[in-house]
Design a protein around this ligand. Sequence first.
Ligand code: GLU
Length: 305
Amino acid sequence: MSPAGRYAPSPTGDLHVGNLRTALLAWAFARATGRAFLLRVEDLDRARSGSAERQLADLAAIGTDWDGDVVVQSARGTLYEEALHTLRERGLVYECFCTRREIAEAASAPHAAPGAYPGTCRNLDDAERATRRASGRPPALRLRAAVDAFTVHDVIAGHWTGPVDDLVLVRNDGTVAYNFAVVLDDGELGIDQVVRGDDLLSSAPRQAYLATVLGLTPPTYAHVPLVLGPTGARLAKRDGAVTLRDLVAAGSSVADVVGMIADSLDLPGVRTAAGLLAAFDPAALPRHPWTFTPESSTPVRAAGR
Ligand code: GLU
C-alpha cells in the first residue's frame, strides 16, 4: 500500500472556498511529497442526498485529482464492527449512559479537564449498570483510554500535546463515531499524512492515541488555518456567495476562484491546481487565517501559470 494523503469531506452541503482551499492544500501536500491522494466521503452522520456528487464535481472542477475509487464510509461497516469487536475482547470498551447535560455538569466540576469526559460510567459495577440499562436509555460505547494526553506531530503546529479522554466509539443511536471511523479508515487506507482545517487540531491527540491502541502508526498532520468570513467568524454559507457555484454564478471563472485561493496562500499569479502544485512550498505556507470578503472574489485578471 503506497503512502497517501486524503481529503475527507462530510456531504452536508456544497463546499465553500475555505473547504476548497483545504482540499487544494491536502492535494498539494500529497502530490508534492509523492503520495497517493484519496477522497473519502464521510457520510456516517448527517449526509444530504446529492451533496457528495456535487462536492466531487467541484473538487474535479478546481483541478484536484484522486487515486482509485472514492471511499464511502457508509459502505465500510464491517471494518468498524470488527475493530469494535477486537477492542471489546481486549476489555477496552464500556457502556456510557450519560446525557450531554450530565457530562457538561460533571465536566464543569473543579479539577475536571476542560471538555474531557469525566469517566462517570467507566467503573460502574454490574448492579449500577443494570439499573442504568433498565432506564431504557441506550448506551454509547466509549474507549477505556490509558492516557490523559498525547502528542502529535503537526507540520504547522509542531509537536502538539492535547487531552485524551474516554472517547466515544459508537454513539448511543448506534452510529459509529467520527473519531473511530477516521482512525480506522486512515489506517486501513495507508494514509500517513492528514491535512485538514485547524478546527480539528484538538481532536488529533485522541485520534493518534486511538491509532496506537489499534496497532496503527499515527499520521503526520498539517492543520491549516481556517478561512474566516467578513464578521471574523469561521466562513459559512450565510456569508453570501461562498461556494464555487455561487461564485461562478456571480461572474467569476473557476480559474478566478483558484487564483483567489492561491493569492491567499501568497502564490500570486497562480490560477490552476497544477500551477499551485508547482509553486507550493509547505514551509512557506501562511500561518494566519484568511478572511474571505466579497472583495476577495473580485476577479483578478492575472497571467496564467
Ligand atoms: N469530515 C470531516 C469534516 O468535513 C473532516 C474529517 C477529517 O479530515 O479528519 O469536517
